[in-house]
Structures are given as structure tokens and as C-alpha cells.
Design a protein around this ligand. Structure first.
Ligand SMILES: [Zn+2]
Ligand SMILES: [Zn+2]
Length: 544
């Protein structure tokens, strides 16, 4: 075992404190994101990690930024001001969106301090340290970061997802799994915002939300949609402009605050947006459009006085004082809040006196997407950050992960040691399943399976005699190949276990796994001969 890899968790976004991780790969110290509101903890940083190299007073050798959301980048300006020599890198799009984090500074005060790196191009950023960025979905410019540290013996590979999303949304394409396969990854630092929950299909989420807004407007409600400055707000605009409930409708959509500035920033990034969006923008303005209905308009002070005279939609950022839009004398108001978003105190008070509902328009991967990414990468270590501690615990306790990887979910200010074997050991791929077809003809049932199943070395043994045994297990029919040896002893002891009280004849055993929550074996792979006190006999055992 070598200890070339370590991670110091300055901040892991359990709530809204942001993400900031320092990783050490051999002599290199790389800061991943800086979402801290206050960077004081970074000041004495390097001395916390054991290293022979004590020559640099900087908190890291380089900083790599995953994307422009504040929980990943709001500390960068202070960091740059404290350490002007510290190189900070991000994708080109992120480098252009970053200034939106510091709207209280004039843009002239913020000298561009972030250097843009190209996508999908390995770059030796330090001696023997190579960085490569891949689009992560989630937000224009968001990347997953691959770091490779080369030594004469071997290469060490670490991937940091930042925030990622596998599905396409309207303004950003999803992460492409096939770009990341076969990396022989040692360590994966991954977000777990949504825990193990499963989301409905994206189109379904969109329709559900559009329906809510449509119904409110039909009932003469004006709708306020508070969102983060970047990402969700622009997605909502695209959805409202292209959904059949709203296209052509005599309706004003007002955009205010940082969301409006986010729209302006997107307009400057058009060549980086998906082709479908570029096409759309060829025929009509992407955001500001007073001509095509529904109208999308920037809210100004004079409009504020007439808001709500007719039902309208207001999209603004979460930090804005929402009560300024709300005119109780002019009609009814509904506030629609995105799920899993922190509301500032001032607005909490306001919201308690207003009608509010929530909706889901996910910007992060759900549980199945997260495990899918992990199984595609199959690293030795999986380190979960970014998500409520309960959600992260849901993920780390998944047996399908625990069985295969070293799973970590560190709290803040912890050094996570990441021991790696001398040679690369790829954890086993999860069991594939095969889809087949059933045909019933007369008295014969034929089961057809895809040919790829024969690629598995176990097929030879399974098909050894060309005979199978089929047996019901509850609702499932289990197929088992019969071996030569079994055929010879056909009539001796093959069936005896099914007469005994054992896991093989227990109603809670399926696929050689225990499904009885009351059993100590629950969720574990078991042998059919095993037994536990929670045993219950299969109701219709074929041998009874
Ligand atoms: Zn984000
Ligand atoms: Zn985030």
C-alpha cells in the first residue's frame, strides 16, 4: 500500500456551507472548488497534510473550479485577493460566469483571475500532474475533473464530479457516461445531493410544473418563482416559452435581480449552448422578447407598481426580498419554490404569510444516476460530499456500493486517507441482467435470451449438459443449469435441502439474497444451506 493520495475536507456542503476540498497526489496539492463564504480556514491549510514538500506558503499549488454556482465558487475572489499568485482554473464558460458571484463588487474591481482550460484535452498542469475536464451537465460550463499523477511505477487517477446531471436539460446537455468509461480510476469524489431518491422522468417533472403554473394563472393567481441566479431560472424561462400551455399566450413573464443578469451572461455564451438552443435563438431572442407571446421582460422599478393587475409570472433570485413583488390588493399570489433549496430568513417570514407550493425540476443526478456513474467508473475509493448527512448515509449504506468499493462520507475538516494497492485492482462489475422473450406454443415454452449471455465464462458450465432445472421462488421462476455430476446423482441428494428448514426453502430468499428485514441476514448474499431464526417456509414449495 502507498499513501500517495489524501483528501482534506475543508467543507463538504452538508447544508449550505459550500464545497472546498484539498487533495494531495504525491507532491501536488490541488484545491477543488472554493465555496466557502469565509476562507480563513484555508490560511494555515498545507501544514495539516503530511508532506515532505513544505516550500510553498500557498494553501495549494493550483485551484480547479467545477462550476460557477456559489456553493462551489463564492470564496474564489477572496482567495485570489489573499493569494494573487495562486493559479485558478476552470472551463471557459465557468470563467465567464464566475463574476456573477460578486455582484456587490463592481465588475471593474474584479480582474479576471480565472484561467480557462479547454474541454476534453489532457494538460500537464504541473510536472507529472495531468488535468482533463469533461462536461458534467447540471449548468453550462460545469465539469467533472480528472487528475492523473504519473510516477515511474504507475499512474494515480482521481475524478471529482462537482455537481453533475446525466439527463439533458434545456440549456445544457447531460454528462456523457461513455466519455468516462475505462479510466482505471483510483478515487472518485462525488456529490450526493439527492441521496438514493429516484426522480420521475424529466419531461414528467416539466409537465407537472407547467400544469401547476397554468392552473394558478387560470384561477387568476400571479406566480412568483424564486430560483438561484444561474441554471434553474433560465431553464424555467425556456420551459415556459416552449410549453404548449404558454406558447402564444397573452402573458408577461418578468425576470428580475441576478436571474436577469444570469440571462444576459447566457446570451454571451450562445456558441457554447446546445445546438437546439442556438437554433431557437436564430429565430427569436433567447430571453428578452416583448413581441412573441408569452412576453419575457426585464422587471424595472416602474413595472413594480402595476405587477399583478393581470396574472403574471415573476422569476427572481432567492436572495431578493420577495415581498416587494407581492401586491395583495391586486389579485392572488402563489409562490412556487424549488425542492431542496435554502430560503433566507427574511423571506421565510414572508413565505409563512403567502400561499406556497413546491416543485421538482432536478438539476442534479438522482440516486440511481449516482450509482450508475459509480458502477461505470468502478474506482477503489468513493468519497461522498455535497448533500445532507442523512442523504449521504443512505448512499454510503447501499450494499451494492459497500460490497465493491471503499466508501467514505467525511464531515468537514477531516483528512481522508486513500490507500491504493501497488497494482490497480478494478472492483468487479455489477451483475448484468439480460432481457429475454417468452413464447408458448402448444405444450412447449421457449425462453429466448440474447447471445451476449454466452460471453460470460460461467455459461460453459451452465450449458454443460444442455439441461436446465426450473423452479418457482415466490413469483419468480429460477433457471439453473444441470451439471454432468448432478445428472449422475440425480436421484440421491439433490433435492434434500429443499425439505430442510434452510435459506433455500425460505420464502424470503430470492436470488440467493435475504429479503426479510427481520433477519440478521437481511440484504446479504446467503448460501441456500444457511439458516436463521427468522426462517419461514416457502408457501408452495414444489417438493411438498
Ligand atoms: Zn451547482
Ligand atoms: Zn453544488
Amino acid at each position: 500500500m502507498t499513501s500517495e493520495l489524501e483528501c482534506l475536507t475543508y467543507s463538504v456542503q452538508h447544508q449550505d456551507e459550500g464545497v472546498c476540498l484539498l487533495v494531495r497526489m504525491g507532491p501536488h496539492h490541488i484545491l477543488l472548488d472554493c465555496g466557502l463564504a469565509n476562507i480563513s480556514s484555508l490560511m494555515g491549510g498545507l501544514s495539516k497534510l503530511v508532506t515532505s514538500d513544505g516550500k510553498t506558503p500557498l494553501p495549494a499549488d493550483i485551484v480547479l473550479v467545477s462550476h460557477a454556482h456559489p456553493d462551489h465558487s463564492r470564496g474564489l475572489l477572496a482567495l485570489h485577493q489573499a493569494f494573487p499568485l495562486l493559479p485558478i482554473y476552470a472551463s471557459e464558460v465557468t470563467s465567464k460566469l464566475l463574476p456573477l458571484n460578486w455582484l456587490d463588487h463592481s465588475l471593474r474591481e474584479i480582474t479576471p483571475f480565472c484561467q480557462a482550460l479547454p474541454l476534453r484535452s489532457p494538460i500537464e498542469i504541473q510536472e507529472n500532474l495531468v488535468v482533463e475536464l469533461f462536461p458534467a451537465g447540471h449548468l453550462p460550463g460545469a465539469v467533472v475533473t480528472l487528475l492523473t499523477y504519473n510516477t515511474p511505477q504507475r499512474a494515480y487517477r482521481l475524478l471529482y464530479t462537482g455537481d453533475f446531471f446525466l439527463s439533458n436539460s434545456r440549456l445544457v446537455e447531460g454528462l456523457r457516461l461513455e466519455e468516462l468509461r475505462g479510466l482505471n480510476l483510483d478515487v472518485l469524489l462525488i456529490e450526493g445531493s439527492y441521496g438514493t431518491s429516484r426522480h420521475p422522468h424529466r419531461r414528467h417533472q416539466e409537465n407537472h410544473l407547467a400544469e401547476k403554473i397554468h392552473r394558478a394563472i387560470a384561477n387568476s393567481y400571479s406566480v412568483i418563482l424564486p430560483t438561484p441566479a444561474l441554471g434553474l431560472g433560465q431553464e424555467l424561462l425556456m420551459l415556459l416559452r416552449s410549453h404548449h400551455y404558454f406558447t402564444g399566450r397573452d402573458l408577461d413573464i418578468w425576470v428580475d435581480g441576478a436571474v436577469a443578469m444570469g440571462c444576459d451572461a447566457y446570451l454571451g455564451l450562445l456558441p457554447h449552448l446546445p445546438h437546439s438552443v442556438q437554433n431557437f435563438a436564430r429565430h427569436q431572442p433567447l430571453f428578452w422578447d416583448e413581441r412573441v407571446r408569452p412576453r419575457v421582460r426585464r422587471l424595472s422599478a416602474e413595472n413594480l407598481a402595476t405587477l399583478g393587475n393581470a396574472p403574471c409570472i415573476i422569476i427572481t433570485d432567492l436572495t431578493e426580498d420577495l415581498s416587494k413583488y407581492y401586491q395583495p390588493s391586486r389579485g392572488n399570489w402563489l409562490v412556487l419554490l424549488p425542492e431542496k433549496i435554502n430560503i433566507n430568513l427574511h423571506n421565510q417570514e414572508f413565505l409563512s404569510s403567502t400561499m406556497t407550493e413546491s416543485y421538482l425540476l432536478a438539476q442534479h443526478s438522482d440516486g440511481p444516476g449516482t450509482t450508475q456513474l459509480i458502477h461505470n467508473l468502478r474506482p477503489q475509493h468513493v468519497v461522498f460530499v455535497h448533500g445532507s448527512p442523512t442523504y449521504l448515509t443512505d448512499l454510503t449504506s447501499l450494499e451494492e456500493l459497500q460490497n465493491r468499493y471503499h466508501v467514505h462520507s467525511p464531515s468537514a475538516n477531516i483528512i481522508v486517507e486513500l490507500p491504493i494497492g501497488e497494482t490497480f485492482l478494478q472492483p468487479a462489475a455489477p451483475e448484468s441482467s439480460y432481457e429475454g422473450e417468452l413464447t408458448e406454443l402448444g405444450t412447449t415454452v421457449t425462453i429466448t435470451l440474447p447471445e451476449i449471455i454466452t460471453d460470460d465464462p460461467r455459461w460453459l458450465q451452465f450449458a454443460d449438459t444442455g439441461l436446465v432445472e426450473a423452479r418457482w421462488q415466490g413469483e419468480d421462476l429460477v433457471l439453473r443449469g444441470l451439471s454432468q455430476k448432478e445428472l449422475l446423482t440425480q436421484n440421491s441428494d439433490r433435492h434434500t435441502w429443499s425439505l430442510l428448514n434452510c435459506c433455500g426453502s425460505c420464502r424470503y430468499q430470492r436470488g440467493q439474497r435475504c429479503w426479510n428485514p427481520k433477519s440478521p441476514l437481511y440484504n446479504f448474499k446467503i448460501t441456500l444451506e444457511g439458516y436463521c431464526p427468522a426462517f419461514e417456509r416457502l408457501a408452495h414449495s414444489p417438493d411438498e
